[in-house]
Write a protein that binds this ligand. Structure first.
Ligand SMILES: Cc1cc2nc3c(=O)[nH]c(=O)nc-3n(C[C@H](O)[C@H](O)[C@H](O)COP(=O)(O)OP(=O)(O)OC[C@H]3O[C@@H](n4cnc5c(N)ncnc54)[C@H](O)[C@@H]3O)c2cc1C
Length: 342
């Protein structure tokens, strides 16, 4: 059997492993022993117990794959280096995703220490009088909404460098603004906030707050690409791919999810579609069949505003209510169940 190595066990990597494990000798390498449903991670900040419900151990849904918990430090054209160990591949899938500030995404934590970390934060939040969210994009808005629903008595403030939800449509922006203002979340627009250690500043003036969340966007996890292979990365550190999701200059190396340079909003939804295309294309290469192209396009999106409300957005159309919130819950269940979880 040909060998497939997958780096990263998020939406793309886990789904590729599951799809290919009966046809290939699959090795999944992830810094974590489990898949976590990132879109629901914000709920675990206010309710750490929910963490158990949004994670599935890789070994529980991968029956024929080898799972290695470790961090890839380097790759070559035909192998992957894990510490001093070199593992050769016929096909490689680069699905190392993106990094976000803790506790939103954590790379090297076991599920036990992740839960402990969430509990510690939860305790600190309980004592905080004022919570500050830096960043008013999708994550900042969802987090502030979750916090205000859970802690209606606390002062919650958002500082953002432009407006709320800058990449979303006008209607969604208005809905989010009304939702937050109605619940007394203070919104500060056009504030370019800097930070040093745990302190946050605007125009050299320290911002007051008891707990800060940094929600200013994702960073690609591609630091294992060394100088000699740098031409396969764009300026954001994402892997340059052709329409078949093959990495620039390679037939047998693919990339999908947040770490690939497809031009679109980086979502779990797209990451799962990338996984399908990559899996089919690896099978097709083996059968000498034509490869399937991937087309980036805008897809429907659900933005949570607390547990019970949300915005459904598709292109310039948006609506607010409980239906989007139910919809998001169903997506969570479908993905986790699909991987063999609860
Ligand atoms: C708070 C939040 C809410 C979101 N809400 C939504 C939503 O509602 N809907 C939606 O569609 N999307 C949402 N997203 C986006 C979505 O979570 C991402 O697009 C998705 O997680 C990307 O999946 P991925 O497989 O590319 O990578 P990731 O999920 O980032 O997984 C990558 C994996 O690779 C591992 N890894 C990294 N480097 C290495 C290495 N060197 N060696 C081994 N393993 C490594 C990581 O530890 C991780 O396990 C949200 C994101 C955040 C942060």
């Amino acid at each position: 059997m040909k060998k497939v190595i997958i780096i990263g066990g998020g939406f793309t990597g886990s789904n590729v492993a599951k799809r290919l494990e009966k046809k290939f000798e699959v090795t999944l390498i992830d810094t974590k022993s489990y898949f976590e449903f990132t879109p629901s991670i914000l709920k675990t900040i206010t309710d750490p117990k929910l963490f158990e419900k949004i994670k599935v151990f890789h070994n529980d849904f991968l029956k024929n794959s080898k799972v290695i918990v470790g961090k890839v430090k380097k790759i070559s054209k035909n192998s992957v280096f894990l510490g001093k160990k070199q593992i050769f591949f016929d096909y490689l899938v680069l699905a190392s995703g993106s990094n976000y500030s803790s506790p939103i995404k954590t790379k090297n934590m076991s599920s036990v220490s992740k839960l402990k970390n969430l509990e510690k934060i939860h305790e600190k939040l309980g004592k905080a009088k004022k919570i500050v969210v830096v960043g008013g994009g999708l994550v900042g808005v969802e987090l502030a909404s979750e916090l205000v629903n859970f802690y209606p008595e606390k002062k919650i403030e958002i500082f953002t460098s432009s407006k709320l939800l800058p990449r979303n449509n006008k209607k969604s922006r208005e809905i989010a603004k009304n939702f937050l203002e109605k619940r007394n979340v203070k919104l500060n627009f056009n504030w370019n906030v800097n930070y040093k250690g745990r302190d946050y500043f605007f125009n050299h003036k320290k911002i007051k707050g008891d707990y800060f969340f940094l929600c200013t966007g994702i960073k690609s996890n591609s630091e294992f690409i060394k100088k000699e292979m740098k031409e396969i990365l764009n300026k954001k550190g994402q892997f340059l791919v052709n329409k078949f999701l093959q990495v620039k200059g390679f037939n047998n190396i693919f990339s999908g999810g947040d770490v690939s340079a497809t031009i679109e909003e980086k979502t779990a939804q797209s990451a799962v579609i990338h996984a399908k295309i990559i899996s089919k294309n690896i099978v097709n290469l083996e059968k000498s069949k034509n490869l399937i192209p991937y087309f980036s396009k805008s897809r429907p999106m659900v933005i949570s505003l607390g547990r019970k409300k949300g915005i459904f957005e598709y292109k310039s159309f948006s609506f607010f209510g409980t239906i989007p919130a139910i919809f998001k819950k169903l997506i969570e269940k479908k993905e986790i169940f699909g991987l063999g979880g609860f």
